[in-house]
Every structure is written in structure tokens, then in C-alpha cells.
Design a protein around this ligand. Structure first.
Ligand SMILES: NC(=O)c1ccc[n+]([C@@H]2O[C@H](COP(=O)([O-])OP(=O)(O)OC[C@H]3O[C@@H](n4cnc5c(N)ncnc54)[C@H](OP(=O)(O)O)[C@@H]3O)[C@@H](O)[C@H]2O)c1
Length: 207
């Protein structure tokens, strides 16, 4: 499966590392352009290449791992129509600026991304786990319930199944706890955010 990554820093880099090791072809992108990703791509091997964010948006699955304030700078929303878009972003006002609709909890950061990309099939995932653990803590040898959890939320069941498959490839287990709006239960400050939970335990917390 071809996977595009928009934002190739801590979390995008960890995703690229694990997904290429699992045999997926990955297109990495950032804000400064493909030339600046040459070393990172070389270190990842033959399954990785650098592109523009618009190139990455053409993949089967597109990971968005940018500071939330940069969501407005994503390429033409039409490029994302029909694609599975994984939202790994979090809202940190100190970094992103105050966003009133998030401050008063009338919406969620993933719903803001979905509003920006109305044709995309947005799934919230990978936002709760620190990048270092995403890179190093996958355990494919463990039974699914005993692996570290990756909470996911979204409105499109087929898209969530696709993302759950990628989570599995990385040695984690996806814990689907509902619609995109339910993703507020995995935002910063929520019980599962940053917690080291097995899938079994995360399912109990999110029930
Ligand atoms: N760090 C973690 O452990 C972690 C864990 C879970 C979730 N998250 C969330 O994931 C997101 C990214 O965090 P991070 O720590 O990975 O950030 P980071 O290391 O600062 O990397 C951000 C990446 O986004 C790129 N970027 C910024 N604006 C862009 C744009 N308009 N178009 C394309 N790419 C753009 C940057 O490219 P340039 O360098 O070229 O500007 C960089 O590659 C945040 O929302 C964060 O809250 C982080």
C-alpha cells in the first residue's frame, strides 16, 4: 500500500520508519520541500521517497502529522477526496495559538481537519503516543489484546479498518472507540493520552 506522510518530523518520521519496515511504500513531505528530506529518505531505504505535500496527498492513505496551526496550509483539499486521511495532530495553544472552538470544546481538532478536507475519510490515530514509543514499542509477537494500544476514531468504518491494519503492521492494536467526534476522548488531557496501556486496558478505559 502506498502511504503519504505530510509532516516528517517526530511523529511522521516514526510512522515512516515503522511503515517502511513493514514493507509499505512511503512518500515523505514537509513544508520546505523534497530536497530537505534527502538524508531522511536515504536512511529509510528503498521503500521511501521524498515528495511535495501534494504528492503525498495522492497516496492510498495520507498521514497528516503537522502542527495543528499548519492544517490551513495543506494542499488543495480536492486532492484528498476519497482518501483515507489519518490525523495524528494535537492542539497545543502555546504552539498553535488559541482556537476558540477547541477552547470551548464545541468541536475537536480532527473535526476541524475534516472540515478543511471535506472529501477525505478522516481517522484520528497515533496522536496519543509519544513518537519514541511509536518507533520502538511495537510488539507484533504479542497477542493483539496484549500489545500497546493505539486509540482510533472516525466516521468511516472501512477507513478505520484500513488504519487498524496499518496499526497492526506496526505491532500495535487499534482500539476503535467510535465516531470522529468521539475522538475528544483521545485528545490531550484525556485518560488514554500519553498513557502506556495495552489494548485490553485501553478498551476498558474508553468503554
Ligand atoms: N512528537 C510527538 O511525540 C507527537 C506524538 C503524537 C502526536 N503528535 C502531534 O503530531 C503533530 C506533529 O508533531 P511533531 O512532534 O512530529 O512535529 P515536528 O517534529 O515539529 O514536525 C512537524 C513536521 O510538519 C511539517 N510541516 C509543518 N508545516 C507544514 C505544512 N504546511 N505542510 C507540510 N508539512 C508541514 C514540518 O516540516 P518543516 O520542518 O519543513 O517545516 C515537519 O516535518 C503535532 O500536531 C503533534 O501534536 C506529536
Amino acid at each position: 500500500m502506498q502511504i503519504g506522510i505530510i509532516g516528517s518530523g517526530n511523529i511522521g518520521g516514526a510512522l515512516a520508519h515503522g511503515l517502511t519496515r513493514a514493507g509499505h511504500d512511503v512518500v515523505l513531505s514537509n513544508s520546505r520541500g523534497p530536497d530537505t528530506l534527502r538524508d531522511q529518505v536515504a536512511a529509510l531505504g528503498d521503500h521511501a521517497r521524498a515528495g511535495t505535500a501534494a504528492d503525498a496527498a495522492q497516496a492510498d492513505v495520507v498521514m497528516v502529522a503537522v502542527p495543528l496551526r499548519a492544517v490551513g496550509d495543506l494542499p488543495d483539499p480536492a486532492l484528498f477526496d476519497g482518501r483515507v486521511v489519518v490525523d495524528a495532530n494535537n492542539y497545543y495553544p502555546g504552539r498553535d495559538g488559541q482556537i476558540a472552538a477547541l477552547d470551548d470544546d464545541s468541536t475537536t481538532s480532527s473535526e476541524l481537519l475534516a472540515a478543511r478536507l471535506p472529501g477525505a475519510r478522516v481517522v484520528k490515530a497515533f496522536n496519543t503516543i509519544p513518537a519514541g514509543r511509536l518507533r520502538d514499542d511495537g510488539h507484533p509477537e504479542l497477542a493483539p489484546d496484549d500489545r500497546p494500544a493505539i486509540p482510533i476514531a472516525g466516521d468511516d468504518e472501512a477507513a478505520k479498518a484500513t488504519v487498524a491494519g496499518l496499526v497492526d503492521d506496526l505491532g500495535f492494536t487499534a482500539v476503535d472507540h467510535g465516531a470522529l467526534a468521539d475522538g475528544r476522548a483521545q485528545q490531550p488531557g484525556a485518560e488514554v493520552y500519553g498513557a502506556e496501556l495495552t489494548a485490553r486496558d485501553a478498551r476498558a478505559v474508553l468503554a
